[in-house]
Each structure stands twice: as structure tokens, then as C-alpha cells.
Design a protein around this ligand. Structure first.
Ligand code: B12
Ligand code: SF4
Length: 471
């Protein structure tokens, strides 16, 4: 490359009024942008200057300022479904300030619903894992021959759409082995808080052997699962600049041999990191000793997709788990002292009574101290999305936050009633009194109670405002 190229990678802002309802407890640095930036640095060295701008933590005019000061040749934007309106905003602002700069969009939503980015302000949409980004940079700033690059789409108008070959061809080369340069997001270190700590995301794998009907994560990998070696995974954890690590994998421990080796390396390496991640219930139920070892390796919290409280729905979701293995998994984690964040899907077809019964069951039968209730949501890329495509294409993308009803779909309750019930579930199940009644030994520290109350009040406020705004 002759002239030094400049690439600005942008994480869009979230709605200023924070209309998204959080079912998680904070924010983390953008792993996608860190991986892509590291890939660019490794490929081009000093020939390309790459920077990350995370608009979640910046002032409103930060993008305009960065564009004027940095003058990038290319702006790359990432996003999940709720980010879509703000990805468009980044593209529009960029073109107003620097019309000649190329705008490229990728990530979960672009992969599954590229049509949402068919606008003149976006020069290129990239589907899939993005390892060809360096090649894309060369083409974008020089020849613009994209048809040879799998997973690229150039939209000019409805009659002029140029697509590279199928993005799924890129999956074997997914950049999972990259250990990102964590210093690329060091400017946000003290702005990203998750459950009271600065938490770093580390990816050890992508894809999942499960085939759950509602899930996009196995579909995005076309059914394949790829992982770092245990050595690479441990290195990525030890290098991460925090002692709290969140494994941002779909299903971290489904490869049991890998997991033993990984736990052993962490223990032998005398890792002091506090870890959490995701795991399916069957793997836990079948491998109790592994989870004892993972506790010794530093694991303190696991998110487990329990999803339902009856066998028929578990079958309907094509889950590998049963009610029995859900219970066994919870029990094993309890014995190992690993906190279980059990996820349960709340269907729009449930009545108030059914939703309340789920709350009672998760507390009294399953004994979950920290259940997470998520609205059953149809994401782009699932068969249901294809089925209800016409309705879903009209829906505000900010509603795909796993906490809202989707207007136009058949629902038992109104949006507001559904949200009220969801919040009621949290209020009831996170009540200090209930913890005390169910499991005196494991009552959380007293100081967390006012914080939890504040969080619930804030979700309630946001939820009500959002419901009003979409009427
Ligand atoms: C860690 C995580 C979180 C963390 C924080 C993430 C963060 N840094 O902001 C927490 C726990 C806070 C969280 C919260 C939420 N999350 Co979340 N999260 C994840 C998780 C487990 C991993 C994400 C990750 O780090 N991936 C690693 C990176 C490297 O992969 P990637 O993003 O896919 O990027 C690759 C490619 O897509 C591509 N790419 C990405 N961007 C771009 C851009 C360009 C230009 C190019 C070329 C390529 C490219 O290249 C990258 C490298 O290969 C995913 C599930 C999963 N396993 O993927 C869910 C996931 C992303 N979360 C999801 C959701 C819904 C949420 C919440 C809205 C839930 C809520 N209501 O609270 C919130 C959103 C809040 C927020 N601020 O982000 C959904 C999104 C589904 C969708 N289609 O929209 C996912 C997919 C889980 C699911 N249910 O399926 N999340
Ligand atoms: S086990 Fe989890 S990650 Fe795997 S397919 Fe099912 S929901 Fe998706």
C-alpha cells in the first residue's frame, strides 16, 4: 500500500433515553471491533492506522469530531439488531461530514438481515465473521472489486445489487484464534461496568452443537463450532486487563475434553481471574466433576438456558435438555458454588397466570437465586422470521432486546401488560424476602439490595416510556 490508510471502527450509540430494556447488568468493551482492529494491525502493520470509537461511552458530537480530526478513509460499523437505527445514523453522519469516505457495516444483524442496510449511505455490507476485512480495505480504497470476496453486498438500488459468493464459505476461517490487542479499548476501561466491576470479554469459541429453534448463534456458524486451543484461551484470559472475565461464547464447555484441559491449565497457571460464561444444562448434568474443577479454575457464574418449565415446550424449542437435566444442572452448580443464571423464555402466548407460575416454579422448585426471564423473540435468520417476514420487517428494531413483545404478532397480553408481568417476575424473584425464605445461607450481601431495587425501578421507567413511545 502506498499511502497510509486510516480506518475508524465504530460501535454505535444506544438510545440516549436508553429505551432498550436491559436483561444484563452493565456494559463491556466491544470485542468485535477489537478483534477486527487487531486483524488489521496484524495484516498491515504500520501501513494502516486503525482506531476504535465506542459511541456508547462518548459525547453526542464525538463521531463528528473524530471524523474531522482523524479523516478516515473507511468507517466500519458493527451492530446487533437493536443497534440498526444507530448504525444507519453513523452511516448518515459520516456521509454528511465526509461524503467520500467508504462506510462498511458488519456484525450479527448485517449477517442475518443485510436488507436492513440497503441505503445509499452504506457502501458495503459484510456478512459473516469478517476475516476478509483486510482484503475489503484494500478493495474499498483501491479497486472496488467485491464480487470475488464471499459475504460482501454492494447495494446501489433495487436493480443494482452486487453480491459476492455465499458468506458461509468464510466460516472455516473465522478469526477465533486471534487474541485481541486489549489496549485498543483502554480509553473505555473506566466506562464499562458490569455488575459493579470492569469486566473484559474473551471469546474461546463460536458456534454451538445445539440446534435450538429460536437461536441464531449456530445458524451464524452454519452449524459448525470452532474454538481456540485451550492454551490460546488461557493466554487470552491471562492477558485481559481485568481480573473479571466474561466468556462471550455461545456454549463454552460443550467440548468436555477441551474443557478439562482448559480448567487444568488455568489451575496450573495459578490464575486469579474470576470467570463467568455460558453452558447448556445437559453438559453440566453429565459432567459434575468438570464443574468442580471449573470452580477451582475461577468460575463463579454460569448462564444456563433452561428456557421452559414443561417438556412439551422444551421439545418444541428443540432443546437437548429435559426438565430433569435442568434440575440436575442447577443442583450441580449449587454444590460447586457456581451461581446459576438460569434463562427462561417468556412466550408472548403465555397468560398472566402462566407467567406468574413460571416465577413461582423457578424460585420454589428450581431454587434459582438469579433467574433471567427473556421475552421469546424472533430474530432474523430463524425459520419464524421467514414465516412472519412481512410483519416483522415493519417492526422497530429497538424492540428486539429480549424484553418486548413484537407488535403485530399474536400475543396473549398487551405490550404494557407483558412488560409489567416481566418486571413483576424480576421484582418477586429478586426480593430479599424470597431469598431469605428459600435459601437463608445464600442471601446476597445486604448492600446489593438497594442497588437491585434501583435497577428494577429504572427498567420499569424505561419500559413504560418505551411502550408509550411505540404506541
Ligand atoms: C458478551 C455478550 C454481551 C455482553 C456485552 C457485549 C458488548 N461488548 O457490548 C453483555 C452481557 C453486556 C450483553 C448485553 C446484551 N446482549 Co449480548 N451477547 C454477548 C455474546 C455472548 C458475545 C458477543 C461477543 O463478544 N462476540 C464476539 C465478537 C468477536 O463476535 P461478533 O460480535 O459476532 O463479531 C464478529 C463478526 O460478527 C464480524 N463483525 C462484527 N462487526 C463487524 C463489523 C464489520 C465492519 C465487519 C467487516 C465485520 C464485523 O467480525 C467479528 C469477528 O469475527 C453474544 C452471543 C455470542 N456468543 O455471540 C450475545 C448477543 C450479541 N447479545 C444479544 C443481546 C440481544 C443483548 C442485549 C440486547 C440483551 C439485553 N436486553 O440486555 C444486551 C445489549 C447491551 C449491549 N450494550 O450490548 C444477542 C443479539 C441478537 C441480535 N441478533 O440482535 C446475542 C447474539 C445473543 C443472542 N441472544 O443470540 N451481551
Ligand atoms: S444451546 Fe444455547 S447457544 Fe446452543 S443452540 Fe441452544 S440456545 Fe443456541
Amino acid at each position: 500500500m502506498a499511502k497510509k490508510k486510516k480506518v475508524l471502527l465504530v460501535q454505535p450509540r444506544r438510545d440516549k433515553k436508553a429505551e432498550m430494556i436491559s436483561i444484563t447488568f452493565g456494559e463491556m468493551p466491544s470485542q468485535a471491533l477489537r478483534v477486527l482492529a487487531t486483524l488489521i494491525q496484524k495484516t498491515f502493520g504500520k501501513d494502516v492506522d486503525v482506531r476504535i470509537l465506542d459511541l456508547r461511552f462518548e459525547k453526542p458530537n464525538a463521531l463528528a469530531k473524530a471524523l474531522i480530526a482523524f479523516k478516515p478513509d473507511l468507517v466500519g460499523v458493527t451492530g446487533i439488531t437493536i443497534d440498526q437505527p444507530f448504525v444507519l445514523e453513523v452511516a448518515r453522519t459520516t456521509k454528511v461530514i465526509l461524503p467520500r469516505v467508504k462506510v462498511v457495516v458488519g456484525g450479527h444483524h448485517a449477517t442475518m438481515l443485510p436488507e436492513d442496510y440497503f441505503v445509499p449511505e452504506i457502501d458495503l455490507i459484510v456478512q459473516g465473521p469478517g476475516q476478509l476485512f483486510p482484503q475489503i480495505i484494500e478493495e474499498l480504497t483501491e479497486k472496488m472489486n467485491f464480487h470475488k470476496i464471499p459475504g460482501t453486498i454492494v447495494w446501489k438500488n433495487e436493480d443494482d445489487i452486487v453480491r459476492g459468493s455465499d458468506w458461509k464459505e468464510n466460516i472455516p476461517g473465522t478469526p477465533i484464534h486471534i487474541i485481541p490487542d486489549y489496549s485498543l479499548t483502554k480509553q473505555y476501561k473506566w466506562k464499562t461496568w458490569f455488575m459493579g466491576h470492569h469486566v473484559e470479554v474473551v471469546n474461546t469459541s463460536c458456534g454451538c452443537g445445539g440446534r435450538c429453534s429460536f437461536c441464531v448463534l449456530w445458524r451464524e456458524m452454519n452449524g459448525q463450532r470452532l474454538a481456540k486451543t485451550p492454551e490460546e484461551a488461557v493466554r487470552a484470559i491471562l492477558l485481559a486487563p481485568s481480573n473479571q472475565i466474561f466468556l462471550g461464547d455461545p456454549n463454552s464447555f460443550e467440548d468436555v475434553g477441551w474443557s478439562y484441559e482448559f480448567a487444568r491449565l488455568l489451575i496450573d497457571g495459578k490464575s486469579k481471574k474470576i470467570l463467568e460464561g455460558y453452558c447448556d444444562a445437559v453438559t453440566i448434568a453429565k459432567n459434575p466433576y468438570l464443574f468442580e474443577l471449573l470452580y477451582r479454575a475461577g468460575f463463579r457464574r454460569l448462564t444456563v438456558g433452561l428456557e421452559a418449565i414443561d417438556e412439551a415446550r422444551l421439545k418444541g424449542f428443540n432443546k437437548r435438555t429435559t426438565l430433569e437435566s435442568n434440575k440436575e444442572a442447577i443442583e450441580i452448580l449449587r454444590k460447586c458454588k457456581i451461581e446459576c443464571f438460569g434463562h427462561i423464555l417468556i412466550s408472548p402466548l403465555y397468560s398472566k397466570e402462566e407467567i406468574r407460575a413460571i416465577g413461582k416454579y423457578s424460585c420454589e422448585v428450581l431454587g434459582l437465586r438469579r433467574p433471567i426471564y427473556t421475552a421469546e423473540t424472533i430474530f432474523p435468520g430463524t425459520p419464524d422470521w421467514k414465516k412472519y417476514w412481512e410483519i416483522l420487517m415493519q417492526v422497530d428494531r429497538r424492540l428486539f432486546d429480549l424484553a418486548h413483545l413484537i407488535p403485530g404478532m399474536s400475543c396473549e397480553l398487551s405490550s404494557q401488560d407483558f412488560l409489567d408481568e416481566l418486571i413483576r417476575l424480576y421484582k418477586k424473584n429478586y426480593s430479599f424476602f424470597r431469598w431469605l425464605v428459600n435459601d437463608k445461607k445464600r442471601v446476597p450481601p445486604l448492600w446489593t439490595i438497594p442497588l437491585m431495587k434501583l435497577w428494577l425501578r429504572e427498567q420499569d421507567r424505561r419500559g413504560k416510556r418505551f411502550c408509550r413511545s411505540i404506541r
